[in-house]
Design a protein around this ligand. Structure first.
Ligand code: 5GP
Ligand code: ZN
Length: 114
C-alpha cells in the first residue's frame, strides 16, 4: 500500500467506491468521471504505476485481471463489446499512478480513437 495513492486507499476501503467485482487479486469499481455509459476501472491489489515497473508477481496479478475482465464485462451488460485502455505515463494522460485497466462500453465507440 502506498499511503499517497488514491487507488490503494480505495482498495483498503479508506475511500468509498462503487464496486462491481472484488477478489483477493483485484478490485473493479465505477470511474468517478465516466467517459461512457459504462466506465469501470480494474486495479490489481498491488501498488505499481506502470507496466515498465512490474515484477513477476505483479505481472501475474495483471494476467488474472485480464482473465477475469470478460466475466466482469458480461456482468456489466457489455454484450456488444467494450474497449480496454491502460494509460502509461504523462503523454498518455495517466493521472493515477497505480496501474489500472479502463473498461469502457455500452455505446458505440465509432472511430473516436483507435
Ligand atoms: P488515468 O487517466 O490515470 O488512466 O485514469 C484515472 C481515472 O481514475 C480517471 O478516469 C478518473 O476519473 C478516475 N478517478 C480518479 N480519482 C478517482 C476516485 O477517487 N474514485 C474513482 N472511482 N475514480 C477516480
Ligand atoms: Zn496504489
Amino acid at each position: 500500500m502506498d499511503q499517497n495513492c488514491i487507488f490503494c486507499k480505495i482498495i483498503a476501503g479508506d475511500i468509498p467506491s462503487t464496486k462491481v467485482y472484488e477478489d483477493e487479486d483485484m478490485l473493479a469499481f465505477r470511474d468517478i468521471n465516466p467517459q461512457a455509459k459504462v466506465h469501470v476501472l480494474v486495479v490489481p491489489k498491488s501498488h505499481f504505476a506502470a507496466l515498465a515497473e512490474m515484477d513477476a508477481a505483479q505481472a501475474e496479478l495483471v494476467k488474472k485481471c485480464l482473465v477475469k475482465i470478460p466475466a466482469i464485462a458480461e456482468s456489466l451488460g457489455l454484450k456488444n463489446g467494450y474497449r480496454l485502455i491502460v494509460n502509461q505515463g504523462e503523454d498518455a494522460g495517466q493521472t493515477v499512478h497505480h496501474l489500472h485497466i479502463h473498461i469502457i462500453g455500452r455505446e458505440s465507440m465509432g472511430e473516436k480513437m483507435l
